[in-house]
Design a protein around this ligand. Structure first.
Ligand code: ATP
Ligand code: MN
Length: 464
């Protein structure tokens, strides 16, 4: 009878030393001499490999020949204490079955040292590298932390639609969704495209945010969060923007802006601590490979209070800094990444929550302050990342909201349902959006957002 397979992460706990075990995985390397060969096997369950010792008295050259980097194996043998450094135990192989070979001439991931740029072109195989294995396990751990945090707090996970007919969310350019024949578009009498003949009978797009529907959930269930993909057709080719990214958007009834800030700070700190505890090996690996200040930086954020500062005071600091920015600053301008990073990295050396922005540079639904000029917005700014969260207290007053919509000429004909939240039992409420990949960038220390999502979508790139 064959032995039940053990995952390498469990095997390395060493509890089965002295027993016969079975492992399955992919070969990272094979080395050795005429008497003994060592195979490093990885099955994705951990950054660590298990060493397979193949005694050449038990295996012929022919049997070992197909065991090359990238090939897949089933190995049975005794788990014994290891003499080698850096590992507790190893397997003395009795039986090896090769599931699939990997031709050394054509398998792209030979040994180590490929650049991240090279690996982006091999995105179908890069999860098998140490770096991407670590990043993807950390990504999973953070996703789990998100659900655990909100579930423990009594928030409900609300699934908002990905296809939307509202074109006024204002968060970015949208991707259209249509089944019309683009080579033969139906036209109205005035010569416009006749969307009545489209699949949904109106013009539709992929969502840029679940917030508006999230507000419907919050004003019924009290506190909700969304966690799903969002799509932005902006042509921004930066290391911090994707065309398809994942966003977490909590929305809470009876929360004012200060409660919203408290939640955002607690939430981010929780996720980082959770990753430090539950993805330690992977974070340590990335720290050692790419960024030896990573763990200090993560601990620092967890252990220090975020600075809270108004936009107006932030502008003063930037103006008085004497620094020459590419985009000049004055009250009223939208902050660029260079400004955000100056405040966080040079001035405060801490995460900063910037609040009370001019209404002109923020969305229509944000609550107007008594000064009539600023709104209760909050952006959380992080070292190395810039904006990681954007949020606000929402305008709950029907007349004020409508006035803002009219001032901005926002097409509201499909938005009556949103206004209904303010017509029936309106309440003060707040929420924010955290870009999941920006959080992963921070926790992994990676510097390009394309390297923290399995298959990135960016302008001119939708491969894999
Ligand atoms: P930015 O100014 O960085 O472009 P934004 O102001 O457009 O961001 P929001 O609309 O406030 O962002 O979205 C909420 C959060 O979603 C942001 O704080 C950020 O973490 C994330 N985010 C926004 N756009 C992108 C993108 N294109 N790719 C990845 N994450 C994004
Ligand atoms: Mn924003």
């Amino acid at each position: 009878m064959s032995i039940k397979r053990t995952k390498i992460v469990d095997l390395l706990k060493g509890e089965q030393i002295g027993q016969n075990v079975c492992v399955k995985g992919w070969v990272r390397t094979r080395r050795g001499n005429k008497n003994v060969q060592f195979v490093a096997l990885n099955d994705g369950s951990t950054i660590k490999n298990v060493q397979i010792v193949c005694d050449l008295s038990k295996f012929s050259e022919d049997e070992l020949r197909p065991i090359t980097t990238g090939s897949s194996l089933c190995v049975e043998g005794a788990l014994v204490e290891s003499q080698g450094k850096g590992q507790t135990c190893e397997i003395q192989a009795d039986k090896i079955t090769v599931y699939g070979t990997a031709d050394p001439e054509t398998y792209p991931l030979q040994k180590k040292g490929h650049t991240l740029e090279f690996l982006r072109e091999k995105a179908h195989l890069r999860p098998r590298t140490n770096t991407f294995g670590a990043v993807l396990r950390i990504r999973h751990t953070l996703a789990f932390a998100v659900h655990k945090f909100f579930n423990d707090k009594g928030f409900f996970y609300l699934n908002t639609p990905l296809i939307t007919a509202s074109d006024c969310e204002g968060a970015g350019a949208m991707f259209q969704v249509t089944t019309l024949d683009l080579n033969n578009l139906p036209r109205t009498e005035e010569g416009k495209i006749d969307y009545e003949q489209d699949f949904f009978g109106k013009q539709t797009s992929l969502t840029v945010s679940g917030q508006l529907e999230g507000e419907l959930g919050a004003t019924a269930l009290g506190a909700i969060y969304t966690f799903g993909p969002t799509f932005r057709a902006e042509n921004s080719n930066t290391p911090r923007h994707l065309s398809e990214f994942w966003m977490i958007e909590p929305e809470m009834a009876f929360y004012e802006i200060a409660d919203n800030m408290d939640l955002a700070e607690e939430f981010i700190k929780y996720c980082i601590s959770y990753a430090l505890e539950n993805a330690r090996d992977d974070i340590e690996f990335l720290a050692q490979m790419y960024d030896n200040e990573l763990i200090d930086r993560l601990n620092f954020v967890v252990n220090n209070e975020f600075v809270r500062l108004s936009y107006t005071d932030g502008i003063k600091i930037l103006e008085e800094s004497g620094k020459k920015f590419e985009f000049p600053v004055s009250w009223g301008v939208d902050l660029q990444s260079e400004h955000e990073r100056y405040l966080v990295e040079q001035h405060f050396k801490k995460p900063v929550i910037l609040t009370d922005y001019p209404k002109e540079i923020k969305a229509f639904y944000m609550k107007l302050n008594d000064d009539g000029k600023t709104v209760r917005a909050m952006d959380v700014l992080f070292p190395k990342i810039g904006e990681i969260i954007g949020g606000s207290q929402r305008e709950e007053n029907y007349d004020k909201l409508l006035q803002r919509i009219e001032e901005l000429n926002i097409p509201m004909k499909d938005m009556w349902w949103y206004l209904d939240t303010r017509r029936f039992g309106t309440v003060p409420h707040s929420g924010f959006g955290l870009g999941f990949e920006r959080l992963i960038l921070f926790v992994t220390g990676m510097t390009n957002i394309r390297d923290v999502i399995p298959f990135p979508r960016t302008p001119k790139n939708a491969d894999f």
